[in-house]
Every structure is written in C-alpha cells, then in structure tokens.
Design a protein around this ligand. Structure first.
Ligand SMILES: NC(=O)c1ccc[n+]([C@@H]2O[C@H](COP(=O)([O-])OP(=O)(O)OC[C@H]3O[C@@H](n4cnc5c(N)ncnc54)[C@H](OP(=O)(O)O)[C@@H]3O)[C@@H](O)[C@H]2O)c1
Length: 320
C-alpha cells in the first residue's frame, strides 16, 4: 500500500480523529494533513471548497462533528442538525469535486430507531421512530450515510469513487471529555470515583438501578476499524453490503451492566468506598448493543478489553 498518499483527517483534535491520526502514523502513513476548527470551519462552504481544491487529498476520514450529550442535544437542536448537515454536505461534495476517490464517514449508533431489535443490525436503519432527544443529530448522521451512498450510486463507476460509512457504538479512551456536568458515562464515572477517592468520601451514588446494559469500544479499536474499512478490498466490501444499505456497525460485540462498569472503574481508580444506586432516578434504555457481525465477517474484531482500555483512559484523565 502507498504510504505517501495524502490523507485528510477532518476533526483530528477530537477523540476519534486523534486516534485515527495515531493509527495511521503508527502504520507508516507519512502524508497526513489536518486543519483545526479555527483554521477551517467545515460549515463554511467556500472555505471547504478552497481547501479541497488546493490540497486535493487522496483519502478523507470525516471524524469532525458537533457532538454532545442529552442536555446539549436538547438545548441546541438547531446547531446539532445545522452543523452536522453542513459539515457532511461540504466535506463530501467538495471531496468529490476535488477528485477524492476514497472517503470514510463516521456516524453513530443513534441512527437506529429507539425500539430497534437488540442487538441492532444495519438493517434496522429507517425502520422506526428515533429517540426524540437526539433526533436532529441522528437525522443529520443518516443524511451522511445517504450522501455517501448516493454519490457512490451516481458517480461510483464514472468517477471511480468509493465512499463508506461506519457507525461506532459508545466510545471511550484518551482524549475523552471529562467535564463534570457534560460527559458520557465512562469519563463521568472516572471523575466521580477519582474525586471520591481524593476526598475520602464513604460512598458514591449513581443514578438508576445499575441494571441497564451498555456496549463500550476503546477509541484506538475504533481507529483501527476505520482504517480497516477504508482499505478493505472493494470486492469484499461489496459482498457484505448493498448500495442502499452500505453502513457498517463497529462495536465491541458484548455489553456490561452499569453496575459492572461502576465496579470495574472503581477498581481501576482504586476507590474502596461504597457504591450506591439510586433507583428513584431514571435508567434510560435498558439495552443498547450493536450487531457487529457484518464487520466481523469482513475480518475485523475489537482487541482491547474494557479493563485494559479503562486503565489507559484513567492515566489520560490523570494527565489532564
Ligand atoms: N465519542 C463517542 O462516544 C462516539 C460514539 C459514536 C460515534 N461517534 C462519532 O465519531 C465522530 C467523532 O466524535 P468524537 O467523539 O471524536 O468528537 P469530538 O471529540 O467532539 O471531536 C469532533 C471534532 O470535530 C471538530 N469540529 C466540530 N465542528 C467543526 C467545524 N464546524 N469545523 C471544523 N471542525 C469541527 C471539533 O473541533 P472543536 O472542538 O474545535 O469544535 C472536534 O475536534 C463523530 O461523528 C461522532 O458522532 C462518537
């Protein structure tokens, strides 16, 4: 494989984008180009057009997005749908116009209906109502998949393009957001157990029963899956996908309960107080697991188990 090809990582400062840069660097790719948000606002059509026409990358990883938790999605729904649609439309269309042959779009498991059968397979897309709290974000992510598919269908043969999409499960790892009020469950629990340990608090109270099951994938595994899918032979990719059902789930393959997760994180952090679950607080969806057989059948499987991934993540938290 040509290690000199010019690869643009959109969103290289984010948790996933930075892991993709690490992965490509360690695999010997030496012509990676990046722009910070301040240097290139991907919502700005003209700026994105200028960037692509002057840089003309060979490959694009689209890991830039406006991302946030329930609160942010509920408070800023207009920004979530506008920014994500604009980023996708600008990057995918301008990449096409600049002659980019290969592009990988990163979506999210929230594209699937709220009541999708578990584990959620790729076929569940557009079969039911979405979770209302992040519907605008999910609609934008579905549009990203359909953009890739539509460009492939219209221009795949004539322009020799191949644009693919991957849908990650919940991710964690270095570069995560450990904000006390606005973070996902793993970074939030790391912070809470760490602070409880420092303060010698006798107990940590966690919302809900601890029963809901969730799937977590270490971000370097996600980066490895992204590079794998980008470079997968087209014949194999085509064998496992359809032109209008082409996205690929990327999960760990199994889930843990929030209770198990809390026990593992408290162990990694070294907190030995009591963990109390408050069943008067909402649990959220009881199970959310991706069906990742499509990707496994293509030849990729996650390698980093939860305990090892959490140990590295806690180190990252301590270095913040
Ligand atoms: N983290 C997860 O658990 C998870 C799970 C499933 C899917 N994903 C998907 O993976 C992708 C990356 O997520 P992430 O966790 O790495 O998010 P992240 O850490 O928030 O990174 C996103 C990056 O995009 C950049 N960005 C946002 N708007 C931009 C704009 N208008 N112009 C230029 N850059 C812009 C951000 O820069 P600034 O910070 O400077 O704005 C940031 O560096 C997203 O598509 C997300 O949906 C993530």
């Amino acid at each position: 494989m040509n290690k000199d090809k010019k690869i643009y990582i959109a969103g290289h400062r984010g948790m996933v984008g930075s892991a993709i840069v690490r992965q490509l660097n360690s695999s010997g790719f030496n012509n990676i180009i990046t722009r910070t948000h301040a240097e290139l606002d991907l919502c700005n059509q003209q700026a994105v057009a200028n960037f692509f026409s002057s840089e003309k990358p060979d490959e694009v990883y689209l890991a830039a997005a406006k991302v946030g938790g329930i609160h942010a999605n509920n408070t800023y729904p207009a920004e979530f749908i506008y920014d994500n649609l604009m980023i996708e439309v600008n990057v995918i269309h301008q990449a096409f116009k600049a002659g980019v042959k290969k592009l990988l779009f990163l979506g999210s498991s929230c594209i699937y209906p709220k009541m999708a059968l578990q584990p959620m397979s790729e076929d569940a897309l557009l079969t039911g109502k979405l979770e209302s709290t992040n519907e605008p974000y999910a609609v934008a992510k579905i549009a990203g998949i359909k953009l890739c598919e539509s460009y492939n269908r219209q221009y795949g043969s004539s322009h020799n393009i191949d644009y693919r999409s991957v849908m990650p499960t919940n991710l964690y790892g270095p570069g995560d957001n450990y904000h006390p009020a606005n973070s996902h469950v793993i970074p939030a629990l790391i912070r809470r157990f760490h602070e409880a340990k420092q303060d010698n608090s006798p107990e940590v109270v966690i919302w809900g029963t601890g029963m809901p099951m969730r799937e977590f994938l270490y971000v370097d595994d996600m980066a490895s899956a992204s590079v794998f899918v980008m470079h997968l032979d087209k014949k194999i990719y085509d064998q496992h996908t359809e032109p209008m059902r082409s996205h690929i789930n990327v999960g760990f393959g199994s889930d843990v309960s929030i209770k198990e997760l809390a026990l593992i994180i408290s162990g990694v952090v070294g907190y030995d107080g009591q963990i109390i679950f408050d069943p008067t607080k909402p649990d959220g969806t009881l199970k959310k697991l991706m069906d990742s057989h499509r990707l496994e059948n293509m030849g990729w499987k996650a390698k980093i188990n939860l305990i090892d991934g959490l140990k590295i993540t806690y180190e990252d938290f301590l270095n913040q």
